[in-house]
Design a protein around this ligand. Structure first.
Ligand code: AMP
Length: 214
């Protein structure tokens, strides 16, 4: 199974990907996570990407498509893939078709998480993650059960993404509107798009996604 989770920043792609990994043993391929890891490690890709990410703009198609290709190389043929935050442009969408074909895979579903744009800034500026295991939280919508302690690993260290500030979020939304949303009609023509109400509670969205996959 190969699926794309599509939606603007803050739609819940990362949260739903983590659920799919836990429930179905699929692998999450998040170009944002890969780029943040490259920035942290100080690799040439990370050095090139950092300033672009801090501005909320898109990193070059060649860089992110190469990351996806490399990560698929490392996966077993029967392992399901969740593309999270990729593709984000028309060029990446055609790169993905080529890369999938090379790996003997094809797209099964494009799941669009539909959200109310006005709610996104609040969603994004309130989110944080465990510094140890990466579990995702939100100040009001999804806080840890015990304040200050990660539900998953018990760590008391948390972090916030540097690009989760209001100004950068607006640029990221504009990038989505201008460059990412236009790739949907191509997938619609192929009959593989399903829309899910991304404003519903996390477990309700998860149930709707599972229903699509069965
Ligand atoms: P994300 O974690 O998906 O919100 O991505 C964070 C940032 O990484 C984005 O604002 C972009 O700067 C960069 N990025 C992630 N994925 C892509 C992609 N597929 N194409 C271009 N830039 C990306």
């Amino acid at each position: 199974m190969n699926i794309i989770l599509l939606g603007p920043p803050g739609a819940g792609k990362g949260t739903q990907s983590a659920g799919l990994v836990a429930r179905h043993g699929m692998k999450q391929l998040s170009t944002g996570d890969m780029l943040r890891a490259a920035v942290k490690a100080g690799t040439p890709v990370g050095l090139e990407a950092k300033a672009v990410m801090d501005r909320g703009e898109l990193v070059s198609d060649d860089i992110v498509s190469a990351l996806i290709d490399e990560n698929l190389d490392a996966m077993a043929a029967n392992e399901g893939a969740i593309f999270d935050g990729y593709p984000r442009t028309a060029a990446q969408a055609s790169d993905l078709d080529r890369i999938l074909a090379k790996h003997g895979r094809s797209l099964d579903h494009v799941i669009e998480l539909e959200v109310n744009v006005d709610a996104l800034v609040e969603r994004i500026t309130g989110r944080f993650s465990c510094a140890n295991c990466g579990a995702l939280y939100h100040d009001t919508a999804n806080p840890p059960v015990k304040e200050g302690v990660c539900d998953v690993c018990g760590s008391t260290e948390f972090k916030r993404r540097p690009d989760d500030n209001e100004e950068t979020v607006r640029t990221r939304m504009e990038e989505y509107r201008a460059k990412t949303a236009p790739i949907l009609p191509g997938y619609e023509t192929r009959g593989i798009v399903t829309r899910v109400d991304g404003m519903a509670p996390i477990d309700v969205v998860a149930g709707q996604i599972d229903a699509i996959l069965t």
